[in-house]
Design a protein around this ligand. Sequence first.
Ligand SMILES: *Cc1c(COP(=O)(O)O)cnc(C)c1O
Length: 405
Amino acid sequence: MTPDPFPTALDPAGRTLGAEELAALTTVIASARLNASLGGTMVTELERGMGRLYGVEHAVACSSGTAALHLAVAAVDPEPGDEIIVPPLTDFGSVIPILAQNAVPVFADVDALTGQLSPQSVRACLSERTRAIIAVHLFGGPAPVAELRALADEQGLVLIEDCAQAYLTTVPGSGRLAGTLGHIGCFSLQQYKHITCGDGGLAITADPVMARRMRLFGDKGWPRDSGTRDHLFLGLNYRMTELQGAVAQAQLPKLADVVASRRERAGQLRDALVELPGVSVPAHHEHHSYWFFPVVLDPEAMGGENHEVARALRAAGIPANAGYLTQPLYCYPVLSEGRTYGRSRFPLTCPPARKEWRYELGLCPSAERLIDHTLVAVAWNEHYSPTHVDRIADAFRTTRDLLTG
Ligand SMILES: *Cc1c(COP(=O)(O)O)cnc(C)c1O
């Protein structure tokens, strides 16, 4: 008998898309108002719902998670060559907005066990040109944003939280949701995330000035509420359509169950793996929203490194990958070869930067070790059954037995 396939974010059995999304889409089509700024209601409903869910005054919807981060960086309004600190173990969407606003990404290392941005490393990256920190809540686990907010306040910096993998993640010791400790929190509605409308993004903030700047930046710098056609500063068209909004506002109320179910199944895997030598499971279980279930290996005790372990797990039918990325973000050609605008390398040049920026292997040893040697990321889904989880746990045990001989 072939075992039940693992549900994924790419098939109906691994999603929460259904009648509610269809009904909302039908409403939009029937209304003929597909553009949100011309009398639509769905995107407005999504923004209100997100504001309520997170207890913040302002939520700005846009076309992707990368766009949401770009709104946030645009709200910082860096001078060309100013610096924004970011981890190298994340989606490239965390970095694109920095370069797009002509700022320099400065890579701070991560914690060797959690993969989250290290406040000490951030401190070591500070310069007189630093303007902001982008903290990524990797895999749905909490980045240390309380410490990072204190550091940002001490230094007069903006803290942006990249919550694309971390809906309803909570921050230990604060009783608050990830995305509300920084000045701005950014979310993605891309296909692989906890909830989706294909592509889409949200930026939340309590700051009315930043909210206004983000809204204008995503709409050509056009202050529509003034009633006149005007362009106050350089902006883009990052608007979300009513079709995306319809699906997203129907997905939002399902989020609590999605996260609760992922956390419950993850608890089962934690319990099964916690005593297994050679593996460590996520700390902060109660705070985690489990976009992935990350396992960090002690290769010695496991009998092998992450690539070998992931290969064995996949051979056993488990959706696991080694390292999450193939290399840290600073090793991709866009940065290692400075492929930004033509052949200029701008803004990684002096001027406008304070020095010529070069990116190469060795910059962030803990991130590199996670990618190359210790991190195994198990795909996670709210529709896993206890049997799916048992199979994953068994495969880890069998793999260790095999490798330790
Ligand atoms: C997915 C993701 C992004 C980018 O979101 P898109 O909607 O794909 O543009 C940014 N940061 C992180 C951590 C992500 O996982």
